[in-house]
Design a protein around this ligand. Sequence first.
Ligand code: NAD
Length: 261
Amino acid sequence: MSLLKDKKGLIMGVANERSIAWGISKKLANEGAELAFTYVGESLKKRVIPLADSLGSKLTIDCNVENEQQIKDTFENIKQKWGNIDFVVHSVAFSDKSELSGEYLGTSRHNFLNSMLISCFSFTEVAREAADLMKKGGSLLTLTYESTRVIPNYNVMGVCKSALETSTKYLARDLGKKGIRVNAISAGPIKTLAASAIGDAKFLYKWNEDHSLLKRNVNIEDVGNSALYLLSDLAAGVTGEIHYVDAGYNKVGMPDPKNIS
Ligand code: NAD
């Protein structure tokens, strides 16, 4: 079975082999997709190029989403090479580490705006550029984490994820008439570079493992499989969805008292 035969897509957000975007990329390539990758700056280029090569990708592009022109140039580059695109994975987030611990109340104006730009608004700009290259429809996917409840230390990123999830729904409305689907995966905690910036991350992994319905944490392969579904025609009738891949943790109202030590 080749669910993504003849499909071309852009992956934004591989930093290393532990990245969620990398787990997704492997699944998509395995189902026949041709992939392009973005990276941020020279140090990540050295990590991303060998990974992209290993999946047969011929297109890697430097794109810092803080820079609007770099987003436009990325899609111009894709237009020149491919003419059209079928899907985009937006797996990008950033906040100053010093504001991912302690109280949300202390969030600075600068970091609030920068975190929102990188972690939320970039998805809207990416969607706008990508939609121009999706003349026959397409699929956009972003990555989110708990936005409906309060998580210690997640602070400004939780606020960004709320806005990102709402953006997903508005983009799904705007682009639905063009046959472009827009969805988000809300993943449970996974040990990655970005997650390690969150205060008490080890406690977060342990808590989710102990109290999720499946009594385990998810991994980048779990997220990759769900991304494959959402990006392929298997999910042709699905848009504006926040799809939880968190071992059922979001359904827990209260941990089992027997599991509290
Ligand atoms: P990661 O560190 O591997 O990936 C984050 C990516 O964001 C990196 O590739 C980094 O280069 C990119 N990035 C940061 N600033 C950027 C900028 N200015 N321009 C372009 N790219 C930039 O970590 P990850 O956990 O794989 O994170 C991917 C996504 O998944 C993020 O949106 C994250 O919030 C989300 N997520 C992570 C978890 C988790 O527990 N790891 C859970 C749910 C959702």
